[in-house]
Design a protein around this ligand. Structure first.
Ligand SMILES: *Cc1c(COP(=O)(O)O)cnc(C)c1O
Length: 469
């Protein structure tokens, strides 16, 4: 146990990873009226290439959640090098092409930068769930094939068709709506007929399938559309489970029906990230990868070597002493076990820190995992830093790749009783995203770790440094 108030050892840098490259003083950075804290920035404007004490660029250090001087009070740092590496890794497993699923603003990582990175590192398709998302990619100048798959049947498909967006067909009424829009727009729509193979969520019911493929073939003959793909979606996101084999069989029966009707789809696709890694029989011509792209292991209990791309970090806006036995935050659901320091973290459930994780959640501060003290509020939460000598401006990692022992998004999902997708997509718009560029280096040439893990003796032994998933 670290004695309370123990002076900081002079010889060893005990600051958390994010502070090691920072200016030595502990005071928070003064407000800069010309640079609002919440303005999203691609790079730190001050000294973007200033070398750290190891002679490495500060910008690279931030890829690992290591804040440099001038770090905003909270931000989501998106490491596009991780997206690039994950794309390559998934592409190496895929038997066919790779679709980067960038719906919901790229699972909260920024659809456009993620799309560009994935396309440069092995993906050839993009997937989204609305025509608005597809058009936003086009507006950014992205010309790669885009499939959009969740629409009202009577929605105005004309803008998407004019932009060359491929559209999913999950029902007879969608087929009619898309054909009518193609007629109005005087274009040939490119569609992917979706058959329900058991998920029972979206997709043509097996009973309707023969009629839909006949109708699609008739519309092809009229020049209104081309059936470019046949597809379905798996019941089990990790590609395992007895339903997967049944779905493969149902999918192949549906494909045979389509071929007998005269359709010649170029692409069959069924797999998501989990199936990309575990179920090659589901790959066909294209895999649609979402979660894995963002570096979250999609198969429980396995480690395929994906690297989490997002680091959610903050700097404490205040620190206060707490005495053993004192209650903290709304309802006093947390009681400090001993004298120490509380840090006020300027992130709450409006920013996507799951309120349901209170009581279990930990954040990384001063080289160890420390408990979130009591209820998570809308804009803030309190961290019990225990005996660590911390103060305002202290770097706090909410989650990151886990390199130093900081929690991962998978930990937060477990603490909140949800899945990592929900945590990632829940990070609110108030949190600025900062994208670190993907270096143009070949795969398999790892980036040197700019902020090496603390040595075992560098962490207090009474902390939950081993509480890793
Ligand atoms: C979101 C989504 C995916 C991606 O799934 P992951 O499990 O995140 O890889 C694939 N296909 C469809 C239809 C989806 O909606």
């Amino acid at each position: 146990m670290t004695p309370s108030g123990r002076p900081r050892p002079a010889a060893r840098d005990r600051r958390p990873p994010g502070e090691r490259h920072a200016r030595p003083e502990r005071a928070p950075r003064p407000e800069r009226p010309d640079r609002p804290e919440h303005a999203g920035r691609l790079e730190r404007p001050d000294h973007p290439e200033r070398p750290d004490r190891h002679g490495r660029p500060v910008r690279a250090a931030a890829a690992h959640g290591c804040g440099a001087g001038g770090a905003p009070r909270a931000e989501a740092v998106v490491d596009l090098a991780a997206i690039a590496g994950n794309t390559r890794l998934l592409a190496a497993h895929a038997r066919g092409a790779v679709m980067a699923v960038v719906k919901a603003d790229g699972f909260g990582h920024g659809a456009v930068p993620v799309a560009r990175t994935a396309l440069a590192h092995g993906a050839s398709w993009l997937g989204v769930t609305s025509t608005a998302e597809a058009l936003a990619l086009r507006a950014a100048g992205i010309t790669a094939p885009v499939l959009s798959w969740l629409h009202l049947p009577d929605e105005d498909f004309v803008p998407a068709l004019r932009a060359g967006v491929d559209l999913a067909v999950p029902s007879p009424s969608h087929l009619a709506g898309i054909a009518a829009a193609a007629d109005r727009a005087r274009v040939t729509a490119r569609v992917h007929l979706k058959v329900d193979t058991g998920l029972r969520r979206n997709g043509v019911a097996p009973a309707d399938w023969p009629a839909v493929v006949e109708q699609a073939r008739a519309l092809e003959r009229r020049g209104l559309l081309t059936v470019h793909g046949l597809w379905s979606h798996l019941v089990h996101a990790d590609g395992t489970g007895p339903e997967t084999a049944l779905q493969v069989a149902a999918f192949e029966r549906a494909a045979a029906v389509a071929r007998r009707a005269g359709l010649r789809p170029a692409l069959l696709h069924l797999a998501n990230s989990g199936a990309c890694l575990t179920a090659p029989r589901t790959h066909y011509d294209l895999v649609r990868v979402g979660l894995g792209l963002y570096g979250v292991e999609p198969v429980p209990g396995r480690d395929h070597g994906l690297r989490p791309a997002m680091t959610l970090r903050a700097r404490a806006v205040a620190a206060r002493p707490v005495a053993a036995g004192e209650g903290v935050s709304y309802g006093h659901e947390y009681t400090a076990a001993r004298d120490g320091t509380l840090l006020l973290v300027p992130l709450g459930f409006a920013d996507g820190v799951p309120r349901a994780a209170a009581g279990r959640a930990r954040m990384w501060v001063a080289g160890s995992r420390r408990p979130v003290a009591g209820r998570i509020a809308m804009d803030q939460c309190v961290l019990d830093a225990g005996a660590h000598p911390v103060g305002p401006g202290e770097e706090v990692l909410v989650f990151g790749p886990g390199d130093h022992g900081e929690p991962t998004v998978a930990d937060w999902a477990r603490w909140a009783g949800t899945n990592p997708h929900e945590v990632l997509t829940g990070i609110g718009p108030r949190v600025p995203r900062r994208h670190l560029p993907a270096p143009g280096r070949p795969a398999g040439n790892p980036t040197p770790d700019p902020c090496p893990s603390p040595s075992p003796s560098d962490s207090a032994t009474d902390e939950e440094t081993t509480d890793r998933a």
